[in-house]
Design a protein around this ligand. Structure first.
Ligand SMILES: CC(C)(COP(=O)(O)OP(=O)(O)OC[C@H]1O[C@@H](n2cnc3c(N)ncnc32)[C@H](O)[C@@H]1OP(=O)(O)O)[C@@H](O)C(=O)NCCC(=O)NCCS
Length: 352
């Protein structure tokens, strides 16, 4: 059975830097509040009418493919993870395939959601496909354009200040070298908290998950007008919402737990980890996890200060940056871990 390893990696972030001070002009917030609670100093926003989730993903994918030393048409599966797709349907996978100019190969494109855990979920899917022998070179992309769908009034400040745009990509390939590449992945979910970090509207829920359907913008029209209603627009109900403290509490418990699971599955210890790359949710969460794992500062890679939380893109951006900075050597043990909306969470262990 072949093993799966990361043959190429790349990331792309838009040039447009938005500082905390820039946000102060739109909502009642301060640079001090944002830095103290989240560690974020600035984030990137895509150029309007030019950059989208699929175009950011395409730029990252081109770098990952070049880094892998293969041609785009050698990719035999695309997995695209995002919560901010260009279209409600079809997914970004087919747009990326077209933008890479490989639509004539007619390879399958798999779109996954899984929000902040999207990259780790995607890695576990790619790993299983490679091991099964079904595919040889899988392109996994995590990309987001949050800036187009956030509430820039004070009402949305607890969510809006956190998120940024960007993309990261990896080429995952088959190798006969065992004990190299992806050693273990573990993925989990608990739907009990589905609405605690969510974008409810627009959607086809029809208010059925709420005791009072009107709080989800439910409309009494005989047909239609439930996916998106005037009430949703008038009452500003079309933005993401987050129960920050609940997310924080669960994240700091689940990150160390799931990292422990991949270590145990591989017969390894916390002390064997050379580099931990956590989903960049909040610097305070990452620091908490670092402490719980007993890791030094030079054993973790954080870049949320520069990019904010880029959801499915945050792990591949951070990993690609760490690789570019020479922080990752062949043979190093890398742990990736994510937690987010769903709640979903997961971890992976990679021998580089
Ligand atoms: C979002 C988060 C930073 C908020 O910090 P917190 O200490 O929990 O703050 P609270 O939500 O209790 O709000 C405290 C106060 O700050 C205010 N506030 C919220 N956002 C603000 C902002 N951007 N600027 C200024 N004040 C803000 C609140 O309105 C509240 O004011 P009040 O006390 O007058 O009611 C924190 O909960 C968090 O990081 N949670 C995890 C979020 C996360 O990681 N999400 C991504 C998951 S993948």
């Amino acid at each position: 059975m072949p093993s799966a390893y990361i043959k190429g990696i790349g990331f792309y972030v838009p040039a447009n830097i938005v500082t905390n001070k820039d946000l102060e002009r739109h909502m009642d917030t301060t640079d001090e509040w944002i830095q103290e609670r989240t560690g974020i100093q600035e984030r990137r926003y895509g150029t309007r009418h030019q950059e989208t989730t699929s175009t950011l993903g395409t730029e990252a994918a081109k770098k990952a493919i070049a880094n892998a030393g293969i041609e785009p048409n050698e990719i035999d599966l695309i997995i695209f993870a995002t919560l901010s797709p260009d279209y409600y349907f079809p997914g970004c996978g087919v747009l990326l395939q077209r933008q890479l100019g490989i639509n004539k190969t007619e390879i399958p494109c798999l779109d996954i959601r899984n929000q902040c855990s999207g990259f780790v979920y995607g890695l576990s899917i790619a790993d299983a496909y490679i091991r099964s022998g079904m595919f040889k070179n899988i392109l996994l992309v995590g990309a987001e354009t949050h800036s187009m769908g956030l509430d820039f009034s004070t009402r949305g400040r607890n969510v809006t200040v956190i998120f940024g745009d960007g993309a990261g990509a990896v080429v995952i390939s088959a190798t006969d070298e065992h004990f190299r590449g992806i050693l273990a992945t573990k993925i989990h979910a608990n739907g009990e908290f589905a609405e605690e970090l969510a974008m409810i509207n627009p959607g086809s829920h029809g208010g059925v998950h709420a005791a009072d359907p009107s709080i989800y913008g439910y409309n009494e029209a005989e047909y239609g007008e439930t996916f998106i209603s005037q009430k949703m627009l008038d009452d500003g109900m079309i933005f993401p919402n987050m129960n920050g403290q609940l997310v924080f509490k669960n994240a700091v418990a689940k990150f160390p737990e799931v990292i422990g699971e991949v270590l145990q599955a591989s017969g390894l210890e916390k002390s064997d980890i050379d580099l931990l790359v956590c989903h960049q949710a909040n610097l305070r969460i990452s620091q908490f996890v670092q402490k719980a794992m007993g890791l030094r500062d030079d054993q973790v890679w954080n870049n949320i200060q520069k990019y904010g939380n880029t959801t499915a893109a945050s792990i591949p951006i951070a990993l690609a940056e760490a690789v570019e900075a020479g922080k990752v050597k062949k043979g190093d043990l890398i742990s990736l871990a994510a937690f987010g909306s769903g709640f979903t969470w997961g971890a992976a262990l990679i021998r580089w």
